[in-house]
Design a protein around this ligand. Structure first.
Ligand SMILES: [Mn+2]
Length: 278
């Protein structure tokens, strides 16, 4: 039985990481993941490749997020799958669901924390600001009008290992939970510690959480990650503990040679594809 949701968003956004290779990830995932829901393909225009207020490609990113917000407001889905695209591709979906399911836990399963504020970001890349944006401290043009519906105590980072100094400081001084690769691999059920069984959860899966030796097809590989099987077990533990209301799969760069069976194993952790028999 695959995970049931009300809408799939296919979002070939690449401007958040300024890496056009992840645009093809959206279509590749859409071919791989069967759907019973409506599937919306979100157009991403080219736009000017300029930086504003320290954010690269800000105008295109803001326009895309706004387009998604309008479509989600019309449908008001309670469960959403987003197939990306980079880590900035699911901002609108996560915001929508955070309002629809107050108190939902957000599992940010990623080698990176994506917690940079625009003024501190070393790269100016919005995909490294995505989680901070959800917490209400992103660029105003990316956050939309409504107040943030997410607070740090709702956030669990898992597999995180490649942090910028301001992100380390943020984690140290906020209520976000951060679990490294070893913790993720050793105790998948530890991810959900303290979270109420059956409560709503959102899973942001950046494929770069996996060790690049096993899953090299990502935009920003980070050595020292857990294996694909360990990540799949962690995802399954989250899915078993919670009522999953949203999933995003991000940063997949299919052009890089990789083992598709490993990708399928990863996706089966969230019941996006059927688990292999045996
Ligand atoms: Mn990421």
């Amino acid at each position: 039985m695959v995970w049931q949701r009300e809408v799939d968003l296919v979002v070939p956004l690449w401007q958040g990481g300024d890496d056009v290779r992840v645009a093809a990830g959206a279509g590749a995932l859409a071919r791989l993941v069967p759907t019973h829901a409506g599937r919306l393909h979100i157009a991403v225009s080219e736009g000017p490749r300029t930086a504003r207020d320290g954010v690269r490609n800000l105008d295109t990113l803001a326009q895309t997020a706004q387009r998604m917000r309008e479509r989600l407001a019309r449908r008001d889905p309670a469960r959403i799958l987003t197939l990306g695209g980079d880590c900035a591709c699911d901002t609108a979906a996560a915001q929508h669901l955070a309002r629809r399911h107050p108190g939902m836990t957000v599992y940010w399963i990623d080698a990176h924390a994506d917690l940079n504020a625009p003024a501190q970001s070393p790269s100016g890349l919005a995909h490294g600001m995505a989680l901070r944006t959800l917490l209400g401290e992103g660029h105003p043009d990316l956050m939309g009008q409504a107040p943030p519906a997410l607070s740090p105590d709702q956030v669990v980072l898992a597999g995180v290992r490649d942090l910028d100094p301001p992100e380390r400081a943020y984690i140290a001084h906020s209520a976000v939970t951060a679990l490294g690769p070893a913790e993720l691999a050793a105790d998948p059920r530890g991810l959900t510690a303290g979270r109420r069984a059956g409560s709503p959860a959102y899973v942001h899966l950046d494929m770069d959480v996996c060790d690049p030796l096993e899953m090299p097809a990502v935009s920003v590989p980070a050595p020292g990650g857990p294996g694909v099987a360990a990540v799949a077990r962690a995802l399954a533990a989250v899915a078993a503990h919670h009522s999953v209301v949203g999933v995003a799969v991000t940063e997949y760069a299919p052009v890089v040679g990789h083992d598709e069976d490993r990708l399928a194993a990863l996706l089966s952790g969230l019941d996006l594809v059927e688990r292999a028999a045996g």
